[in-house]
Structure formats: structure tokens, C-alpha cells
Design a protein around this ligand. Structure first.
Ligand SMILES: *Cc1c(COP(=O)(O)O)cnc(C)c1O
Length: 467
């Protein structure tokens, strides 16, 4: 901050805020000792927060107001100079989204051996743009052309954002890695112009996976960050920061808000991140999510709706037990499909026959579970895909015959949903890119919900009988 002296009365507010900051630090230290389920239920919304600030409400209140009122010009000045804790205006911050940000920072940072910060956004796509864009700026004396290296096995919207918005429109070289589990492919793509590595695992829909720690180590050897889309795993199964990732992005619209009642995104960063990009703000490196929140996010405006934040908070409370249930149901369904004569391939990380099973087994574990021998149990999430024998029309016939499973470009729900990615999520990217990403028209993506798996199997069975 260039300003050194403030108006009369500002100091008084800074002093008063110190007490509030100290109390929050004390609460934070206490809360950090909680187990995952306790964090997911309460986050930072403690009894003190309820009684002192929110009329005793046991649930985080929904603050729909656009803006905060101040006592006088001195408090206004202190707030807008970021000298005191404030929320100010909902595009910048909001009390309800504040609790969600802390919840996610704590869950992603759980047993991770690092401090974390978080900013929530209007959607997963805006979280991705917010995470990636600050690194993609040209710098004096830097390489003439900058690039990012990304797995090609990413969500269709991410592929579009990188290939159209960044490569075609802005001239940023986007280098695709076809097999993210192959470290050599990553190595070959990195050079002095590389600003970041980007990976999604497990990927939607292909079930790509990677050696998280090895990839983070590779990124750090080149002084660049690893940005990780962990939407499908959720922090209940994988916390990439614990394995070295710098920044985690989520679509909160999916499993995190499994009731399907809100769109949202999140960016959670390790303190500090590894980068060779120079930035005037010390927060850029020290607390990247806060940097994004206080600066580019404030200026670009991808703020989350407080209502959606509350929906996400509500669903996150039972995340661990839901991921356990969803994963077990999906395993049962995948085992059924694997034996079905009309299905020629089932891609699910939980199947021992799947080529990346052993790699996923090392990383995808239900947090705070116990197999009786002191180890966490493996759980692989609820996204899978299967491929139907014969021409693409066969896959459509089976898909169109579902009676219980919803046809929707959606995933992560308590209700089972299916789509054909080649005609939906991955339509825009064209046939060649779909082939590169291994998304053939015979592939049906299925995300299994909380129903009794016997009923889902019965629905799949009757649909497959139409062939
Ligand atoms: C849906 C999805 C996104 C995009 O999230 P939105 O909230 O729809 O913007 C990003 N990554 C993955 C893995 C997704 O499934």
C-alpha cells in the first residue's frame, strides 16, 4: 500500500480489529484440531461466532445484502484500505461465503502439513480462470512466448477455456499431455516459457489419474506451480496439497453440492505457492487465493452468490459419509457392467482390471477411515464410464432406455445421472480432440448416486436388454 497516513479515527478501528483478529486466530487454532467430519459440519462457524455475531443462529446465516454499513468515514477508510476485517461488498466478500471459504480451506488443508487459503467463485470455470490467468502474464526480461502444460484429459469446458480463450484468443501456447500418468510426457513439454502444470484427476469422464507427488516434484524442479482439479475426488478422497500440489480447483456444482442446488467453484492454495512469476503483491506467492480474492477477483467480478455458498456448506457437512456410500455403490455397479456381454469396456479406477488402478490405489483413500489394521480404506468416487458394443447408435439406444437414471450433462449428484459426452460435454471440441482425449461416441458416462445399487443395476440391465 502506497498510502502511509490515514484519516483521524482510523487507528481506533485498527486497534479494535486486533482483538477480533486475535479471537479468530484462537478459534482457528482450536478448530484445526478437529477431525475431518467435525470440520465439515462446523468449519469456522463456532459457538462464539453464532452468539457474538449472528444472534445465536446455529446455522451460518444467509447474508443476501450487497453491502456492509460503516459507523463513520474512519471505519469506511480502514475497511476499504483492507486494514480491518471487513466484507464491504458482496462482489469482494460476504459473511456467508466467508464461512464456505474457510470450510474448504480447512478441508483441503486437512492433515496436509501446510496452511491453505481459499476463494470461492460463481462456477468451477471461473475458479479455473482465476487460478490460471495470474500466471499467464508476459514479464520484462522473461521468455518471448509463454506456455502452460495441461493434461488433455480434462473437463470439456476446461479444454475450451484453454484451447479457445487462451490459445486462440490470447496466443498462449497450450501444450497437451495425452497420458497424464506418464511423467516423461510432462517432462518433454516443459521449457523456460512454462508457467504452470495443470491436471485433473480422476478426470471427467476418462478416469485419467496421475502420480500427484511426482508431478508436483517435477513442477517444483522447474519453479512452477501444479494446479489440480480435484472436483471428482473431493477432499474426502484426495487432498492434492498434502502431496505437494500448489493450487486446487473445484467445481462446487458437482459432488461438493451433491443435492444439485447450486453452481459454484473454489480455488484453494497452499501457503506459499511455487512460481517464478514476479508480482508486486507479496500475497501472490504467500497466499495466492487471498491475492486472487483481494485483487483480480475484485476487479473481474466472478463472485459466488451467498445463497449458493449456503447450499454448498449444507451439502459439505456429510461429504465423507456420502463419498463412502457413493463410491461403494459405484463399485457394485461397475462390477456388474464389467461382466455384461454387451459392454466392451468399463473405466473405473476402483476396478482392479483398470490400467490405472494401482496408481489410484496409492492416492484415493477415504479420509479418517480404518480398515481394522490402521490403514485408510480405498474409495474411488462415483464417476465411471462404460462403452457399448457396436455402432454409436447402440449406446444411444441403451441411454434412451434408462427409466430411473436421469439423462443430463451433470454429475456428482445424490441421484444417478448419465450422459453421452461425445454429444454433450465434449461436443464443442470436435472429433479429433475427442479421439485424443479418448471420448468415443460409444461411451456413456455414469455417475452413481445414493440409491440402492440394486435398483440402478436393474435399470441398466433392462436398458441393455433393448440391444
Ligand atoms: C463441471 C466441471 C468443471 C466446471 O465447473 P462448473 O461449476 O460447471 O463451471 C470443472 N472441472 C470438472 C472436473 C467438472 O466436472
Amino acid at each position: 500500500m502506497s498510502q502511509t497516513s490515514y484519516g483521524p479515527g482510523v487507528e481506533k478501528y485498527i486497534e479494535a480489529a486486533k482483538k477480533q483478529i486475535a479471537l479468530r486466530e484462537k478459534i482457528l487454532a482450536r478448530v484445526k484440531k478437529h477431525k475431518f467430519d467435525t470440520l465439515a459440519v462446523h468449519g469456522l462457524y463456532t459457538v462464539e461466532e453464532a452468539l457474538d455475531l449472528n444472534q445465536g443462529s446455529i446455522i451460518e446465516p444467509l447474508y443476501m445484502a450487497t453491502s456492509q454499513a460503516y459507523r463513520d468515514s474512519a471505519e469506511l477508510e480502514a475497511a476499504l484500505s483492507y486494514l480491518i476485517p471487513t466484507w464491504c461488498y458482496t462482489r469482494i466478500a460476504n459473511p456467508t461465503t466467508y464461512y464456505l471459504e474457510w470450510m474448504l480451506a480447512l478441508l483441503e488443508g486437512y492433515a496436509a502439513g501446510a496452511d491453505t487459503s481459499c476463494v470461492v467463485t460463481a462456477s468451477g470455470m471461473s475458479a479455473i480462470a482465476s487460478a490460471v490467468d495470474p500466471f499467464l502474464v508476459e514479464q520484462k526480461g522473461g521468455p518471448a512466448k509463454i506456455n502452460l502444460v495441461s493434461s488433455i484429459q480434462v473437463y470439456g469446458g476446461t479444454f475450451q477455456q484453454f484451447s479457445v480463450r487462451k490459445q486462440q484468443e490470447r496466443g498462449i501456447d497450450v501444450r497437451w499431455v495425452r497420458h497424464p500418468h506418464d511423467l516423461e510426457e510432462w517432462k518433454a513439454a516443459i521449457d523456460e516459457g512454462t508457467r504452470l502444470l495443470y491436471v485433473e484427476a480422476p478426470s471427467n469422464p476418462q478416469q485419467a489419474f496421475c502420480d500427484v507427488k511426482a508431478l508436483a516434484d517435477l513442477a517444483h524442479a522447474h519453479e512452477i506451480p501444479l494446479i489440480f482439479d480435484a472436483t471428482c475426488a473431493t477432499p474426502a478422497l484426495l487432498r492434492p496439497i498434502a502431496h505437494g500440489a500448489d493450487i486446487v480447483v473445484h467445481s462446487l456444482s458437482k459432488t461438493a453440492t451433491s443435492s444439485g442446488m447450486a453452481i459454484g467453484g473454489a480455488l484453494i492454495s497452499r501457503k506459499p505457492v511455487v512460481t517464478r512469476v514476479k508480482n508486486d503483491s507479496p500475497l501472490f506467492k504467500e497466499s495466492f487465493a487471498e491475492y486472487v480474492k483481494f485483487l483480480p477477483y475484485r476487479d473481474n467480478g466472478p463472485a459466488a452468490s451467498p445463497f449458493n455458498a449456503l447450499m454448498a456448506l449444507n451439502d459439505l457437512r456429510t461429504l465423507r459419509s456420502k463419498m463412502d456410500l457413493f463410491s461403494r455403490n459405484t463399485q457394485t455397479v461397475a462390477e456388474f457392467l464389467e461382466k455384461h456381454p454387451k459392454v466392451y469396456q468399463v473405466d473405473y479406477l476402483g476396478l482392479p482390471s483398470y490400467h490405472l488402478h494401482a496408481l489410484a490405489e496409492r492416492y484415493l483413500k477415504l479420509v479418517d477411515s480404518d480398515d481394522g489394521k490402521g490403514n485408510e480404506v480405498n474409495r474411488y468416487g462415483h464417476l465411471m464410464s462404460f462403452r457399448i458394443d457396436g455402432p454409436p447408435e447402440n449406446a444411444r439406444r441403451v441411454f434412451d432406455a434408462f427409466k430411473l437414471i436421469f439423462r443430463a450433462t451433470d454429475l456428482g449428484r445424490v441421484k444417478s445421472v448419465a450422459t453421452i459426452p461425445a454429444v454433450s460435454t465434449h461436443l464443442q471440441q470436435g472429433e479429433e480432440a475427442r479421439r485424443a482425449a479418448d471420448v468415443p461416441p460409444q461411451l456413456i458416462r455414469l455417475c452413481v448416486g445414493a440409491e440402492d445399487p440394486a435398483d440402478i443395476i436393474a435399470d441398466l440391465d433392462q436398458a441393455l436388454k433393448t440391444l
